[in-house]
Design a protein around this ligand. Structure first.
Ligand code: NDP
Length: 449
């Protein structure tokens, strides 16, 4: 039998040959497998059962045409995807992303990471992800509805509450989940509440689901800070993005006495030294669907930047909450030079490979997305539980369960970091190893599938 490192190397070589040009997917797999050598050394049975070869291959991939008609009567065609990656721990679970950059590689990277994230939550959910290369910006509600209906027409035969349960992600919020659910209900001829999460509160949604990823991110980062005897009170924080994850991270940060000072979108970034005005931000982004320039127009002391880096602002804590690769090696070095103590990833893979190396070589507390942003999917699973029991839990109840789950994820990371990396603060190794072992053991138990 080859050594653990040789085994990992051979799987990665095969992966590159089998998935040519899929750089995001390859990077995500390298990011996980690179930290698994100590795990595989302690568990030779994983290599004997070809767990790595199986885990990097989606169990099923669906790729479908999404035709739709705009308000002027013009027909457009987009590509829809669903990668059902791994069902060892439960039905596939993961969001849908509508963004022009969506490709098979992006969806596969997200679906692969989702396997381990979902395992960390301790709930019975496998990993999957989907989306379309559709740009919702500037589209009317009617156009969004027609697109969602066409997307669901392509997807509906592949999902179900015991099979695959999609949710939101970039470009897919409450409005889109409503249209997707409506079309599923019509096609399936039944009100199957558990088929999608992120639903409206009156028709099967869960309290705190909207806030869950941001609240969970702040809870995870709070736990990291606690290991150094610190908390959020009085800390200055940079947050990127201005969507769901960013907004509710900012809300929780303010509740804990921190001062978030930045936001961004694809048109630029804002520095507000007085602290972000949350009500204004919600009004612009959630109600008016506006841009960050609208925020600055209403806050004359705030600065709008269309070049330079949001990570150049000196802060105690940084929370990237927009998209992949928004923080590179140079940004990481700048943050460290300016004294950042902790970085928690709200987005998926926001830090590029060089940036991760820089953080790992420093004493900055670095919480990777698959652990730090798992609160969203965790509350999605709580929504599924409520749907199965036909119950609606209180806000306090769901918030407490979310906090408990994030504390537990942090503890699992610390424990696995000690066991496999020999120190308690390697959250990359900790999160990868803790998630992987659960999935690998379930795959072993269920046989070669
Ligand atoms: P939203 O669509 O609500 O917001 C995304 C934000 O990021 C917007 O401000 C958007 O600006 C910005 N953004 C997106 N793409 C780019 C880009 N290429 N360049 C610059 N800015 C960009 O999405 P979410 O808040 O839900 O998701 C944000 C991140 O968090 C994603 O990585 C997602 O995968 C991750 N995540 C989300 C979860 C959830 O529950 N929603 C759960 C776990 C992770 P603009 O409007 O200009 O595009």
């Amino acid at each position: 039998m080859s050594t653990a490192s040789e085994y990992i190397e051979s799987v990665l070589e095969g992966l590159k040959v089998r998935n040519p040009g899929e750089l995001e997917f390859q990077e995500a797999v390298v990011g996980v497998l690179d930290s698994l050598a100590p795990v595989l050394e302690q568990h030779p049975e994983y290599q004997e059962a070809a767990i790595l070869e199986r885990i990097v291959e989606p169990e099923r991939a669906v790729h479908f045409r999404v035709p739709w008609v705009d308000d002027e009567g013009k027909t457009h065609v987009n590509r829809g995807y669903r990668f059902q990656f791994n069902s060892a721990l439960g039905p596939y679970k993961g969001g849908l992303r509508f963004h022009p950059t969506v490709s098979a590689s992006i969806v596969k990277f997200l679906g692969f990471e989702q396997i381990f994230k979902n395992a960390l939550t301790g709930q019975q959910i496998g990993g999957g992800k989907g989306g379309a290369d559709f740009d919702p910006h500037g589209r009317s509600d009617q156009e969004i509805m027609r697109f969602c209906q066409s997307f669901m027409t392509g997807l509906f035969r592949h999902i179900g509450h015991f099979t695959d349960i999609p949710a939101g992600d970039i470009g897919v919020g409450g409005r889109e989940i409503g249209y997707l659910f409506g079309q599923y209900k019509k096609l399936a001829n039944g009100f199957e509440a558990g088929v999608l999460t992120g639903k409206g509160l009156d028709w099967g949604g869960s309290l705190i689901r909207t806030e869950a990823t941001g609240y969970g991110l702040v809870a995870f980062t709070r736990e990291m800070l606690k290991t150094r005897g610190e908390d959020f009170e009085g800390q200055t924080v940079s947050v990127s993005g201005s969507g769901n994850v960013a907004i509710y991270s900012i809300e929780k940060l303010q509740q804990l006495g921190a001062k978030p000072v930045t936001i961004s979108d694809s048109s630029g970034w804002v520095y507000d030294a007085d602290g972000i005005d949350l009500e204004l931000l919600k009004d612009i982004k959630e109600v008016k669907r506006g841009r960050v320039a609208d925020y600055v127009a209403a806050r004359p002391n705030a600065e709008l930047h269309t070049d330079g880096s949001i990570w150049s602002v000196p802060v105690d804590v940084a929370l990237p909450c927009a998209t992949q690769h928004e923080l590179n090696g140079e940004d990481a070095r700048t943050l460290i030079k300016n004294g950042v103590k902790a970085v928690g990833e709200g987005a998926n893979m926001p830090t590029d490979a060089e940036g991760v190396e820089v953080f790992e070589a420093s004493d900055v507390l670095y919480g990777p997305g698959k652990a730090a942003n798992a609160g969203g999917v965790a509350v999605s699973a709580l929504e599924m539980q409520q749907n199965s029991a036909r119950q609606s839990w209180t806000r306090e109840d769901v918030a407490q369960r979310l906090d408990d789950i994030m504390v537990n994820i942090h503890a699992q990371c610390v424990d696995a970091s000690e066991r496999y990396a020999g120190n308690s603060s390697d959250y990359v190794t900790g999160s990868n190893a803790a998630g992987f072992v659960k999935v690998a053991d379930a795959m072993l138990a269920q046989g070669v599938l």
